[in-house]
Design a protein around this ligand. Structure first.
Ligand code: DLL
Length: 434
């Protein structure tokens, strides 16, 4: 099923024509309405009329998270403030929050893109959508909410927290679709078991998980535990919120990025140069239809690649590979680059481990020390010490072999690692605290 057949299956040449038309309009709009962009364009000697083809995109300046912070709160608005009907903001743990504004038209488009994403995931009007993404300044809750309403499904706006109650509501309301972070779904699962609820007896058939990196191994684990199909949804508040890209139920591989609204590039994060189609690097997005706060070449810091191969679902919009993580989450351990998701993949391939882990990095005598704490399941917990030691050694060997870095692995008791109600905090980097 497709939500907008014409747009979603548009031949690529037509899609690119549409993108160019919108890009030209956008460049003009920000040049004349956003002082930050007028200044940047002037510094680079660029005028709107210089943009003649999509290839000229590379001459435009990047926008970075810091630019949003420097213009806090409303300095990047391209419309009068009275046209802005809503603001969202990121949590801002590392400085001032980044603020995003939306006009009525932005909310309309966002809702449509979320409805389109839901349909791609196989959600129908008959579904009951349990929405455990947080409501508030975070875009997850309201983004999913408006999209489900636009589609005509039944939305349960439960938000995050009160986990025991959530399980009961899912059961009583016969929820068929679960929307939350992958880590929170596992917390819901554990809570259900503790309450004596057999999760497979719920009516759930689909999970739409995003807002944090998760691996294929984690997907398989969640699918098995809940007996559902689990799909990956991507988005970021600076660009829209959830609904920028999603996996389709047909292929369940790679996330379709809605290219009639977003122009995507992959760049080398260290040089800023565009990379050829298919290569892995940092995702850069230009918003083609954002009204209140359009962004030119926004550096997402997310690492992925574009899959240019047509998808069997018939959509012509390119897919991006499952997000590997953020370049700022990449750990450099004694010179070796390691993504938390690579460690997750190794842990979850191993029998007897629970999908709850934490990575601790410290510095001792000028040397980086990587420690991985992972919970064992109840069965293994009662096992003999020597078995556990063998398992720890095996994990250390695998990490060394596959990632090229030595790590200390510590198996910990079931339920000893803190659970998250939103985005999981996987890494504690004590080096940054000194
Ligand atoms: O997390 C929006 C969202 C809500 C997406 C609900 C999906 C579902 P922010 O809080 O601004 O917005 O965080 C955006 O989260 O740059 C990625 O690093 C990460 N992220 C989001 N989705 C995924 C995903 C929302 N599917 C940042 N896989 C992004 C990996 C993801 N990382």
């Amino acid at each position: 099923m497709l939500y907008d057949v014409e747009r979603e299956t548009m031949p690529r040449d037509e899609l690119e024509e549409l993108q160019l038309r919108k890009l030209k309009y956008l460049v003009e709009k920000v040049y004349y309405n956003v002082p930050f962009y007028s200044q940047k364009f002037k510094e680079l000697g660029i005028k709107p009329e210089h943009i003649k083809s999509l290839k000229d995109l590379k001459y435009l300046p990047f926008t970075e998270k810091q630019d949003l912070r420097n213009n806090y709160p409303f300095g990047l608005f391209a419309v009068p403030k009275e046209n802005v009907v809503r603001v969202h903001a990121s949590s801002g743990t590392t400085g001032k929050a980044t603020v995003v504004g939306y006009t009525k038209r932005d909310i309309q488009i966002w809702s449509e893109l979320m409805a389109r994403s839901f349909v791609a995931a196989g959600v129908t009007r008959g579904d009951v959508v349990h929405n455990a993404y947080g409501y508030g300044l975070f875009t997850g809750g309201l983004g999913v909410h408006y999209g489900a309403e636009m589609l005509g499904a039944t939305i349960v706006p439960v938000s995050g927290g009160a986990t025991k109650r959530q399980v009961m509501l899912m059961k009583d309301f016969g929820s068929t679709v679960l929307c939350c972070t992958s880590s929170y779904s596992l917390y819901l699962y554990e809570t259900a078991i503790a309450q004596g609820i057999e999760v497979k007896e719920l009516k759930l058939r689909l999970g739409i998980f995003g807002a944090e990196p998760w691996t294929e191994e984690m997907r398989l684990d969640i699918q098995k535990k809940f007996n559902i199909k689990a799909l990956d949804i991507y988005g970021l508040s600076e660009i829209l919120g959830p609904g920028v890209a999603i996996e389709c139920e047909t292929a369940q591989q790679g996330l379709h990025i809605w290219e009639d609204h977003f122009l995507v590039e992959i760049i080398d994060p260290s040089t800023g140069e565009q990379l050829p189609l298919g290569e892995t690097g940092e995702l850069v997005i230009t918003t083609l239809t954002k009204d209140a706060q359009p962004l030119i070449r926004y550096r997402t810091r997310d690492i992925t690649s574009i899959i240019p191969i047509p998808c069997k679902c018939g959509r012509t919009h390119y897919r991006i590979e499952r997000l590997k993580g953020r370049s700022d989450d990449m750990l450099i351990i004694r010179g070796v680059n390691v993504f938390p998701s690579q460690i997750e993949a190794i842990l979850l391939e191993t029998e007897g481990l629970a999908p709850h882990y934490q990575i601790i990095v410290k510095r001792e005598n000028a040397l980086d020390i990587l420690e991985v704490q992972v919970e064992i399941d109840e069965k293994l917990f009662s096992d003999e010490i020597k078995h556990l030691q063998r398992l720890e050694n095996k994990l250390m060997r695998n990490i060394k072999e596959f990632l090229g870095v030595s790590a200390k692995v510590k198996l910990v008791e079931p339920r000893s690692i803190a659970r998250s109600e939103g985005k999981a905090k996987r890494v504690i980097d004590l080096r940054k605290q000194n």
